[in-house]
Design a protein around this ligand. Structure first.
Ligand SMILES: C[S@@+](CC[C@H](N)C(=O)[O-])C[C@H]1O[C@@H](n2cnc3c(N)ncnc32)[C@H](O)[C@@H]1O
Length: 233
């Protein structure tokens, strides 16, 4: 770490108690208003918190809105997400699922863990569980299975490793956990991508005609983004 980075980290660390208090107040304010899918999606993309309590999602609004509506329509009880990042999409799932959201990332949720756990509305029985580890390892899959205790999820969001082999491995390794009639979604399915590591398109291209699929793509010429869903038979 450079001196500049160390000072930035120190500064952000010192501000955690204030940022945490503010984030919980904002969340309480969010929950005090009647549920609105518009507001939920807006807050998931840019929650009014900052520093190490920052919650964000890099999504195209119309695409994540279509996905959120498709997920809401199947009245999800349990949701599994691979790729928590800054917790943006987790906010959506935690407000749609009635029992449990398991959100996985190779990185620790850090100081935001308790905020994530408070994401479901106060009257909801939904429990948020953050699991840390590499989705491609057997031990991590077992951790997820243990957390589900034999139950299946209604919705699986694959938004972790974006390499072609990575996304295919997540699909093959976790699809058995989704109930019949459930949904599996992939992010970043468009061909044109800003970074070469985003290779979801190549897996999606092979999968999309073999299954009951639908695409949410805002603009066919866009670079990056795009969501593909598979309806599980
Ligand atoms: C694009 S971000 C997820 C964004 C998030 N779903 C949202 O839209 O708010 C991808 C995340 O997947 C995580 N990730 C990448 N490879 C992973 C792996 N093999 N296992 C678990 N998490 C992984 C990264 O650390 C990163 O935080």
């Amino acid at each position: 770490m450079t001196i500049g980075q160390t000072l930035k980290h120190l500064n952000r660390s010192l501000r955690v108690p204030f940022n945490r208090k503010s984030a919980f107040e904002k969340l309480a304010d969010f929950h005090s208003h009647p549920f609105s899918m518009d507001k939920l999606v807006d807050w998931a993309m840019k929650f009014p918190s900052s520093g190490y309590m920052k919650v964000r999602s890099s999504q195209v609004r119309s695409e994540i809105m279509s996905l959120a509506k498709a997920v809401a329509e199947i009245n999800p009880r349990r949701i599994l997400e691979i790729g928590t990042a800054e917790g943006g999409t987790l906010l959506i799932w935690a407000n749609l699922a009635s029992e449990k959201v398991i959100s996985c990332d190779i990185l620790e949720p850090g100081v935001k863990k308790t905020l994530y756990e408070a994401f479901p509305p106060p009257a909801s029985k939904c429990v948020v569980k953050n699991l840390t580890g590499d989705s491609h390892t057997k031990t991590f899959l077992e951790k997820v299975e243990t957390e589900l205790a034999g139950e299946k999820v209604d919705f699986l969001f694959i938004d972790g490793d974006h390499t072609e082999v990575g996304v295919e491995a997540d699909y093959n390794d976790y699809q058995h956990l989704v109930r019949s009639g459930g949904i599996i979604a992939f992010h970043d399915i468009v061909e044109k991508q800003a970074i070469p590591e985003n290779q979801v398109y190549y897996f999606w291209k092979r999968l999309k005609d073999k299954a009951d699929t639908e695409e949410f793509i805002n603009d066919s010429k866009q670079t990056g983004y795009g969501i593909g869903i598979v309806r599980v038979p």
